[in-house]
Write a new protein. Sequence first.
Length: 276
Amino acid sequence: MTINRSLCNQFANIFGGQSMIVNDTCQVVMYRQIPLKIQGRIADFILSFEAVFSFGKLDQHGRALNIGAVGLLPKEVDPFLSSLKRNQITVSVLSEQWLFSRPSVHTTYFQSVENPFVFARKVKEALQTLTVKRLRVPKVDGNSPLCNSFGKIIGGPSTIINQTCSVRLYRNLPARIQGRKAQFPFMFPAVFFSKEDPKEGFINIGLIGVLQSEVNPFVSSLRHNGILVGVLTNHWLFNRPKIHYIRIQSTQPPLLFAQGVRKALHTLKFQQFISF
């Protein structure tokens, strides 16, 4: 069954967010506003405490593949995961996000095949266990010459979201989770952020999904260009092909970071990116 706007809006309303339909999937992107520093710099990026919920096409029984991700503080991990497991939502992975971050941030990725509204209500229950419960909708602040140049170098549209320069792309590659088509925008993300700390300077971070054969040349290129490769994980269970997610960070000037990212992107086998 094709996803329509009304269905997607109802799903988003459960979380109190805004919906978008991309690639036949409904997606809700929100974040938790929690102070964070990475490498000593203010880094309250949306990506740091992002909360993403999405579902694909419904089958004849009204079920769909549902996937989600939420950034957690260490003390929130056990109660949040316990709530998900109690409601029979599969927790696929829990990983630390950034090197040299204060506080430490863990992201949990989870999945299920069921009615999207049932999934949403279960996740909403788990969200009530968090110490900071409120999820916020990202605020678009416009653009700037520096942010515009940042996006042009990387190769995608840029915007300032929550006072942070953001470039959000995804790779439209065929993938399946639990035997179901899973071309969700954040299955193959290519998202990069840059923010200036008035006292310490810039901090840049990014997240990209790559195929297994692309990992070594991509990581080697990043390191050659002075970009720190932090966490390398596989977010989903029962997925084909195998997808690896690489988190990167640096304290370089934004345009130097963007140039290093652009060179690394050229090592990928499939270099076509789509904006969302």
